[in-house]
Design a protein around this ligand. Sequence first.
Ligand SMILES: Cc1cc2nc3c(=O)[nH]c(=O)nc-3n(C[C@H](O)[C@H](O)[C@H](O)COP(=O)(O)OP(=O)(O)OC[C@H]3O[C@@H](n4cnc5c(N)ncnc54)[C@H](O)[C@@H]3O)c2cc1C
Length: 823
Amino acid sequence: MFWILILSLLGFSITAAYRGINLLNWTLGMALILVGFASFTNVSLAAIIILSVLFAAIAVPLNTKSLRRQWLSEPFLAIYRKMLPTLSDTEQVALEAGTVGWEGELFAGNPDWDSLLDQEWPELSAAEQAFVDGPTEELCQMLDPWKISHELADLPPEVWSFLKENRFFGMIIPKEYGGLGFSALAHRAVLQKIASVCAVTGSTVAVPNSLGPAELLVHYGTDEQKNYYLPRLATGEEIPCFGLTGPTAGSDATSIPDIGIICKRKYKGKQVLGMRLTFDKRYITLSSVATIVGLAFKLYDPDGLVGDKKDLGISVALVPSDTPGLEIGLRHFPLNVPFHNGPVRGKDVFVPLDALVGGIDMAGHGWRMLIELLSVGRAITLPSTSGGGAKLAALATGAYARIRKQFNLPIGRFEGIEEVMCRLAGYTYAISALSRMTATAVDLGQKPAVPSAIAKYHATEMARQVVTDAMDIHGGKGIIMGPKNYLGRGYQGMPIWITVEGANILTRSMMIFGQGAIRCHPYVLKEMHAARMDDQVKGLEEFDRNLFGHIGYSIGNAVRSMVLGLSFARFAAVPTDRKTAKYYRKLTRYSAALAFASDIAMLTLGGKLKHKERISGRLGDVLSQLYICSAMLKRFEIQGRPAADQPILAWAFHDAIYKIQTALGSVVDNFPSRGVRVLLGVFIFPLGRHERQPGDRLGHKVSQLLMSPSETRKRLTDGVFISDKASNPVGLLELALPRVIATEPLERRLLKAQAAGELDVIDMQTQLQKAVEQSIITADEAKELEAVREMVTEIIAVDEFESSYLRMGSHGKEAEPISEQAA
Ligand SMILES: Cc1cc2nc3c(=O)[nH]c(=O)nc-3n(C[C@H](O)[C@H](O)[C@H](O)COP(=O)(O)OP(=O)(O)OC[C@H]3O[C@@H](n4cnc5c(N)ncnc54)[C@H](O)[C@@H]3O)c2cc1C
């Protein structure tokens, strides 16, 4: 009976930890068990007394706040203060920026799936849909990507005019200022469609709608600034650019050396208070066509002209590009995707103080403004454009793999190609779900700082893989540049999207987990605040409350991680009324494991975790994949759980879960302390590592789904531009695909006859004639085969150029051959 008592106490404690029961209820439950055993069983009184004393020794101080604070919280607070990483103001701003949404649930170890499934899922309004189907479609029809990228290195005048007339540059500007006032979802839909045709146009439209003058003015501008600039930006009368980056300040943008000195000067005939700006910016998109330049710089007031503070901090101003002293440099040439981009410099450029976005009141708040808005911009621009590129690559590659034959078979039937093509479909599904979920978060009023970093990093990385896979499947067809090549430039340009808006290595290793751990953790930020409070008594009170919440939370996650690991999460509380229940179970298990591993990492490494980027990067990968899986499950539900899509979801899901296991496994295997390695291993993988990469049979099903028209293929690639004209290479692929499929039995009949020696092949034309004569196929079938073969010939054709054309300079004039120039 004694052992039953011990097991009951242990079992109750484990259940209490698993269920997150609070300290008081745990104490009452334990006491009840002891009293119950003492009253109704024959456990010896001595044993009950010993256990009760032990229990009281733990429970009384824990439940008596004054004792707990004095004995535990106060000494721990002293140690904690020493462990706390020193945070600069700018880091502090970054950590506090944005809101916490679904990622907070995933991070805390016990996601409430019903809340995800019940979350609103807005759709495009009728007007937004009409814009996507109308002006956006029309724009895409107008675009000639080869001409734009190779010959003009610019958009043709009619495209610039069309963009301005239809207010493409004012998607995020409210209607009352003449903009389109679009939702994030509509913004996403437009960018996705344009990016599926032409990256130069995509970037040109994306930048004015992303972090820049319009976004800054909408949120922080004075009424005067809004009334003046927003209508002009909406119609494209003003073209904006925004300069933060410089030669010495890239990823570490807060180190900008650019300065503004508050001073008085004569300006337009009057003595005014203003700033002398000296700056050197590079990589600035649209700079070469900009009429208004947003600038970030550090503002100083050495003569105390606006107050006592001499160093006001990072500030943001709008400077007309024709301001004397401002120099728009020549153009950079970003990886063969020549959207406008270049340096902007200035020395002692004078502008009045009202050039500051938000006026003098917002001086010094520039970093907060940029960080807050970045979380919104990053949730939309790059995930949407990556989605557009990936969808187009998936669509075209599936069709090409069916149309292109080698060894008498469509190349897509070979296992080697299948192995690559299933990844292409799975990642496209994942990117689209991820981008939809982050855009939806923005529409629901969030500022999704952590999800937007997840979306930026993973959408661009997955798109890079998709485009690389698509290139490999296309072979030489993807390599030979020219109007017939719909992939090569996307492939060349991929590193651009990896680098902009926070280069990816930094985003993964510093931002996703670094920001996520503190932002999403239910206690850490509160503990940090408490530890930094000036009021010591209040600080201790706050710290104590959060510390004990935190301890309960950590024990709960440790127990949950172990129990879920031992039971393969079979009993996890998930939506069970569907086939995907097992997916939710796995996510719940790894969510608990992430919460536990994060706490252990923070507890044992403290401030050093900031520099342990391998660990934080891998923990960030776990959070990211949990988020991506959630987005895919939500997408699957919203689309009505289409059974035909299940293989793609399953492939993408298993791939993500395997990545979670790999990332967590690498954290366990590489943790600096041996003791912690053992602890993590036991609690996270109590029965070993059993996740497997998606199997071959599944991969086969998925890759075949890309190779014939179907509702699944349509859903996977919805929202991209597909021309119905045979003159468009992807349009031609889509026109040919059903006809190629319909004529496959005829091709097989011909091959069979050939193998049986009934049909000679001298040339294709004669073969068809003979096949008709010998009644292997009918005359109508021969006609259709001939037409389809012509289409296929056109599809697999690549471009050829005169040498003189290839030597063409960027102004469309034929350049001298290099050897002659040298002579
Ligand atoms: C085509 C293009 C358009 C752009 N448009 C604009 C624009 O309109 N306005 C603007 O202000 N800026 C713009 N940028 C700048 C862009 O935001 C920066 O390029 C980016 O922030 C990275 O800076 P960097 O290129 O100097 O790289 P660096 O900062 O030198 O970074 C080099 C590498 O080191 C990594 N790294 C740096 N620090 C860390 C760290 N702590 N941990 C791990 N890895 C780290 C980075 O991830 C990167 O891989 C543009 C850039 C390009 C290429």
